[in-house]
Write a protein that binds this ligand. Structure first.
Ligand SMILES: Cc1cc2nc3c(=O)[nH]c(=O)nc-3n(C[C@H](O)[C@H](O)[C@H](O)COP(=O)(O)OP(=O)(O)OC[C@H]3O[C@@H](n4cnc5c(N)ncnc54)[C@H](O)[C@@H]3O)c2cc1C
Length: 282
C-alpha cells in the first residue's frame, strides 16, 4: 500500500488520482479499524493531516465554514456554533467518547456516511452545505445530497470534502441534538436533531431529522409541516412523530429492534422539541 502526505488540496487530488482505490485518511478512527478488520485494503492512502486549509474555521456574515479536518472536539468547543448551529455542536459534544472525539473529523463523518452516526443527522438538520473538491474544480452542494445509501456517498472517485458551511439560520432559531443510547459512548439507538424557531407560543419554523433509522438521515417535510403553526401540543408531536416513524426504515440490531426504534421516534421528538423550546424562549 502506498501512502502520501500532501500539503495542499491540489496535491491531495493529484495523489488520489494515481490509484483507482485510493482513500483519504482523516482521523482514521473508522478507516484504520476497517483496514485492521480486513474489510478494505486501499492501494493508496492520502493523509489530509498536513493541509492547513482543511483545519481552518472562517466566520462570515451568515454562518461558519468549518474545515473538513476539524475534529469533533474542536467543533464541540467552538462557542460560535450557537443558534441553529448548536445542533452540530451538541452532536459533536456527546458522540462516542473523548478518544473518538479527539481523532474523528467532520469530513471523515461525511465521507464515511455511517447510518449509525449522528454528525450527518445534525448537519442535515442545520441545512449544512459542503464544499467538494475534484480534479480542476470545486462545488458546493447541500449535505443531504451526499448521503445516498448506507456507507455510500455521491462523491465521485478522486473527490474530497474540503469544508462544511453551517448557516446561522433565522433570527431566534435554536438547534438541538438528542441521542438515545444503551449506555453513554455507545452509538445511538436513535438520534434526533432539529432546528426550531418560535413565534410566541407557536412554532414558526422547524426542521427535524432522525438518525439510526434508515440508510441515510431521515427528513420528512410533511412532519415539519405538521408542527409549523401549532403550539406543539402532545397531539401535534404524536402525529408528526408518527409520520417520521412510518417513513423510517430501521433495522434490528444489538442496539434495538426496528419496532423499538419506531416507538422511540415520537417520544424522543417530544423530548427534543420541549428542550429546544425552553431555550428558544430564553
Ligand atoms: C468506536 C467508534 C465509535 C463511534 N461512535 C460514534 C457515535 O456515537 N456517533 C457518531 O456520530 N459517530 C461515531 N463514530 C464515527 C466518527 O464520528 C467518525 O464519523 C468516523 O470515525 C470517521 O471520521 P474520521 O475522521 O476518523 O475518518 P476516517 O476514518 O479517516 O475516514 C472515514 C471515511 O471517510 C473518508 N474521508 C475522510 N475524510 C474525507 C474527506 N475530507 N473527504 C472525503 N472523504 C473523506 C475516508 O476515505 C474513509 O472512507 C464512531 C467511530 C468509532 C471508531
Amino acid at each position: 500500500m502506498r501512502y502520501a502526505e500532501p500539503e495542499t488540496v491540489e496535491a491531495a487530488l493529484s495523489a488520489l488520482s494515481t490509484h483507482e482505490d485510493a482513500r483519504c485518511l482523516a482521523g482514521g478512527a473508522s478507516l484504520v479499524a476497517m483496514m485492521n478488520a480486513g474489510r478494505i485494503g486501499p492501494g493508496m492512502l492520502v493523509s489530509l493531516h498536513r493541509i492547513p486549509e482543511l483545519s481552518t474555521i472562517t466566520e462570515t456574515g451568515d454562518g461558519l465554514w468549518l474545515g473538513a479536518m476539524c475534529t469533533h472536539r474542536t467543533v464541540a468547543a467552538d462557542a460560535r456554533l450557537r443558534g441553529a448551529m448548536a445542533a452540530v455542536r451538541e452532536a459533536a459534544a456527546w458522540l462516542a467518547h473523548p478518544a473518538i472525539r479527539n481523532m474523528a473529523t467532520l469530513g471523515g463523518s461525511v465521507g464515511l456516511a455511517d447510518p449509525h452516526t449522528e454528525i450527518p443527522v445534525a448537519l442535515v438538520a442545520a441545512s449544512a452545505r459542503v464544499e467538494v473538491a475534484g480534479p480542476g474544480s470545486r462545488r458546493v452542494v447541500p449535505v443531504e445530497s451526499l448521503f445516498v445509501d448506507s456507507y455510500r456517498t455521491s462523491l465521485q472517485r478522486g473527490e474530497l470534502v474540503t469544508r462544511v458551511f453551517l448557516p446561522r439560520g433565522e433570527d431566534g432559531a435554536v438547534g438541538h441534538h438528542l441521542r438515545f443510547s444503551r449506555v453513554a459512548a455507545d452509538y445511538p439507538t436513535v438520534s434526533i436533531s432539529l432546528v426550531l424557531a418560535m413565534d410566541g407560543d407557536r412554532c414558526r419554523q422547524v426542521r427535524v431529522v432522525v438518525g439510526s433509522c434508515g440508510p441515510v438521515p431521515l427528513h420528512v417535510d410533511a412532519a415539519d409541516q405538521r408542527l409549523v403553526g401549532t403550539r406543539l401540543e402532545a397531539e401535534d408531536v404524536a402525529e408528526a412523530g408518527g409520520l417520521l416513524a412510518r417513513a423510517a426504515a430501521p433495522i434490528d440490531d444489538v442496539r434495538g429492534s426496528a419496532e423499538y426504534r419506531r416507538m422511540l421516534i415520537p417520544r424522543l421528538l417530544g423530548r427534543a422539541l420541549s428542550q429546544a423550546r425552553e431555550r428558544a424562549h430564553v
